[in-house]
Design a protein around this ligand. Structure first.
Ligand code: HEM
Length: 193
């Protein structure tokens, strides 16, 4: 089973694609299909950020390094879904008309922070290979800590677009804070050794 766990996680990670394809094929996107597609991928991007951040705490809790082998794949899926989310907004909402889009990025703070989060994901995706880990050594770790900033930006983006804190953004915020506290705890215990 362990041999196939990565393949299994890969196919499970495609779940958001299966769901949206089903809804498109069976005409179940509701009255605002474009918003539905954008929001679907936005929410899944945030879920994948949290999943990626959970791997190290899970390693500590279960004392098994197995979790770490999924981390890179989950991180790349985060970038994949963030890019579909962004492209569906640019392509379906604005039909690739960049002028009003740039206006949105500069004027609406929730778009600005979402876009910043997506930009920050690029160096992580580019440096995700084994070769880059070896090449960048200690700097690789520093670059990949950006995922915490991206998580904070992603949650802020959700809170700001929801105008006030509603139930779902609040749940994401609580999970993110727990994961950040875990990170601080792990760093502190490592520095004591
Ligand atoms: C890491 C990057 C990002 C994350 C985690 C993220 C997350 C989200 C989430 C959770 C939602 C709400 C989903 C819901 O209501 O169910 C959302 C909506 C949205 N996002 Fe993002 N997003 C990101 C990047 C972007 C980028 C780059 C853009 C555009 C440049 C963007 C534009 C939007 C828009 C227009 C909406 C819909 C707002 C509405 O309902 O009126 N997001 N995003």
């Amino acid at each position: 089973m362990r041999r196939y766990s990565k393949t299994l996680v890969f196919f499970l990670s495609l779940w958001p694609i299966y769901v949206i394809s089903y809804q498109i094929i069976f005409n179940q996107l509701g009255p605002e299909p474009v918003d539905r597609i954008i929001n679907h991928f936005g929410e899944w991007t945030l879920i994948f950020i949290l999943l990626t951040l959970s791997m190290t705490p899970l390693k500590q809790i279960t004392k098994s390094v197995e979790w770490i082998k999924f981390r890179r794949m989950l991180g790349l899926f985060t970038f994949f879904y963030a890019s579909i989310h962004m492209l569906s907004y640019v392509g379906l909402d604005y039909r690739f008309d960049f002028e009003p889009l740039i206006n949105d990025v500069l004027k609406k703070k929730f778009i600005f922070i979402g876009f910043s989060a997506w930009l920050l994901l690029i160096p992580l995706a580019v440096t995700s290979s084994e070769r880059m880990v070896r090449l960048l050594k200690q700097n690789w770790k520093k670059i990949h800590r950006l995922i915490y900033i991206i998580g904070i930006f992603g949650v802020l983006h959700y809170i700001w677009l929801s105008k006030t804190i509603f139930f779902k953004p609040l749940i994401f915020l609580i999970i993110l804070v727990i994961l950040l506290l875990f990170r601080i705890k792990i760093t502190r215990s490592a520095s004591k050794i």
